[in-house]
Design a protein around this ligand. Sequence first.
Ligand SMILES: *[C@@H]1O[C@H](CO)[C@@H](O)[C@H](O)[C@H]1NC(C)=O
Ligand SMILES: *[C@@H]1O[C@H](CO)[C@@H](O)[C@H](O)[C@H]1NC(C)=O
Ligand SMILES: *[C@@H]1O[C@H](CO)[C@@H](O)[C@H](O)[C@H]1NC(C)=O
Ligand SMILES: *[C@@H]1O[C@H](CO)[C@@H](O)[C@H](O)[C@H]1NC(C)=O
Ligand SMILES: *[C@@H]1O[C@H](CO)[C@@H](O)[C@H](O)[C@H]1NC(C)=O
Ligand SMILES: *[C@@H]1O[C@H](CO)[C@@H](O)[C@H](O)[C@H]1NC(C)=O
Ligand SMILES: [Zn+2]
Length: 716
Amino acid sequence: MRTPRFCILPVFVAGVFACQRELDLVARQSHRQPLAKRDQEWPPILDERETLLVNAFDSVSIDEWSNYYGHQNKLAGYGKEAAQWTADRWNENGVESHLKEYHVYFRYPVSASLDFTSSDGEVHPVNIKEPVLEEDDVTGYDAISQQTWLGYSPSGNVSAEYVYAGRGSIDDFEKLVELGIDIKGKIALIQYGGLFRGLKVKNAQDHGAIAAIIFTDPIGDGNITVANGYESYPDGPARNPNSVQKGSTLFLSTQPGDPTTPGYPSHEDAPRADFSDVIAKIPSLPVSYAAVEPLLQALDGHGVSGEEVNRTGWVGALDADYSTGPASGVKLSLDVVSREQIAPIHDVIGFINRTSSDETIIIGNHRDTWMVGGNGDPNSGSAILVELTRALNKLRQTGWQPKRNILIGSWDAEEWGLIGSVEWVEENANWLKETAVAYLNIDVAVSGPRPNLAATPELHKLATETLKKVIYPNFGSYNISLYDAWYEATGGIVEVLGSGSDYAGFLHNGISSFDTGSSGGPNDPIWHYHSNFDTYHWMSTFGDPGFHVHASQGQYLALVAYHLANDDVLPIDTQNYAVELRAYYDDLVTYAEEQGADLDLSELDKAIDYFKKNADAVKELEVRAIANNDEHLKTLVNHKYRDFQRGFVSQGGLPNREFYKHVATAPGLDTGYAAVTFPGVTEGIQYAENGNFSVAKEWVGRTSRGIVVAANILKP
Ligand SMILES: *[C@@H]1O[C@H](CO)[C@@H](O)[C@H](O)[C@H]1NC(C)=O
Ligand SMILES: *[C@@H]1O[C@H](CO)[C@@H](O)[C@H](O)[C@H]1NC(C)=O
Ligand SMILES: *[C@@H]1O[C@H](CO)[C@@H](O)[C@H](O)[C@H]1NC(C)=O
Ligand SMILES: *[C@@H]1O[C@H](CO)[C@@H](O)[C@H](O)[C@H]1NC(C)=O
Ligand SMILES: *[C@@H]1O[C@H](CO)[C@@H](O)[C@H](O)[C@H]1NC(C)=O
Ligand SMILES: *[C@@H]1O[C@H](CO)[C@@H](O)[C@H](O)[C@H]1NC(C)=O
Ligand SMILES: [Zn+2]
């Protein structure tokens, strides 16, 4: 799982390729300044160790690791063998590694079926299975994970008329209410895209639906479609019409982690809490675009047409008018059987310890998948981490040792709700608070050739300057730095971290965080996200033949980690945090005005000024420490850089969601993936009832105090 950067619409905003979700985001983040094009010399000049690290990445061995992972059952609770294999490889490469077990609540699939009753009363079974492809051996594996289901769906057997509800956001459902379309007692038919799927199910449930069907629509596929004449996988780069997106339906924006152990680790004997508020009560199933087309067509001419609904993202690319329905007598019958179990999961934890250091760099990737493959999500990252341990070992064999501890995590059960990382963070929260400098995440390292990047502001400089040191592989017409490719793909904007991958547990404990990867653009082969077709065959044929994009992502991550672990003074730029806070502030002022929220933001304004003053002062201290080669002063500065983020953590958490504690950024309550800045205030405005802004007001104070605490940690 990760933020859906692969979500594709042929829309350009100021040269930036963006999907609708990103459009909303761009609009909200209008005060953030993009970086400039690269003007440094080319090719980049690397020092001896950087060169050794970069040259240590071998696309042939990455191919081998990818091939291994792509043929294992890694569904959470079933993946111990791949965990042990990972620990073995890391150990061989000098990273002392062991398995860490947690006991986690799951709902596994037993069986599922879907029937469609047309207006003439005839019943037709709907194909919910993904076909076995002769060209792709893995698609024929007999494993529990090759079934089609949605994680945490309860069992349910229901039959009812259905209503199309767009992408299933709160606003989509409110629009139905406004149009007088009653969804109570009906089944919601919802398009993938925009918000996290678990929130689509939540919104359906909150509006009285008794089940949810979520479908893939080719609107997300840009130019590479069957309609445009491309052959579909496995014959060509277009989406296989029968591909289905699986995934979790946990209410991610409220509470990730094991839903039965909020705030504490899932040990075998841990007390189990009530979870009814964080997972769905209604059953749900995912379907392909081929399967959904007749279901949409059956609503044509019933209810309100998609054009009249007039909401962005409502009308897709199938041959239907995306009417709301319902159509009298046109029904769906859904029969989902799932099985509850508390099952063991296994994180792999590897250490390179420096006994003298109280500073730790953490690098992580999840390993679990929804299918046997998973060569994009997440095992492109897993293959890279194995190669990264090899590269670090080569460097260490020259006598080099990192200044700081390096900890590497291979997380389990991320797909179900960031579970393996969240449980581990909960268990190690005190040690992390004392020593963690930064968490570097790599999830979908490769699902296409275009690099993407999200990070907390103090890491932007390190992250983007390092992009300039890596040569982008000769993919198509590109022969440029990773920075140039990233600039072209993003317009020079480093994304704000929301949720959707394992950094969330770290970030919301006040740890600098970073997330990298690469994905496809509108003219690249379609990656089958969370489908049985995310395989080694797809990756080696369409996604990254030769594994060169993998190698460049690995080189990039290795260089970022190397500088964090090695540099005398941490490459952390708190002055940029002040710049970003100011941009978030300006966005908030605009948003409050638009929403007619009469808020006094002066306390926040002053807090940001105070933060800036201290960031400037600590920078002066840094310059002095380096000029005088003063070890004592360097340590002092490093500790400030390590610790200042802890100040942003608001004890008790954001309104109604204790897990998310960061006052500057959090996933939107109704996005799940995409970030909202100053979430307490922004959502206090967004969800204010009858002009009652008391929550927003309270959070102006709390947010300001968090910023002041962070500033005081920086204060020389
Ligand atoms: C899609 O293809 C058309 C024709 O080849 C091209 O003009 C257009 O720019 C492409 N769209 C995108 C988003 O690249
Ligand atoms: C589901 O309900 C249908 C009737 O709507 C019934 O025929 C079928 O046996 C039920 N399935 C199960 C597993 O109970
Ligand atoms: C659709 O909504 C937009 C505003 O969101 C409005 O400007 C436009 O007139 C509407 N179109 C129709 C056909 O109602
Ligand atoms: C490395 O440090 C971790 C955390 O302090 C500790 O659990 C582990 O035993 C250490 N390993 C070695 C070899 O010192
Ligand atoms: C890419 O750059 C390398 C080194 O600068 C050069 O040898 C190669 O010919 C270039 N390839 C293309 C397609 O321009
Ligand atoms: C405004 O909302 C707060 C918090 O939800 C509540 O305590 C308060 O009574 C509300 N004020 C009014 C005037 O409704
Ligand atoms: Zn993932």
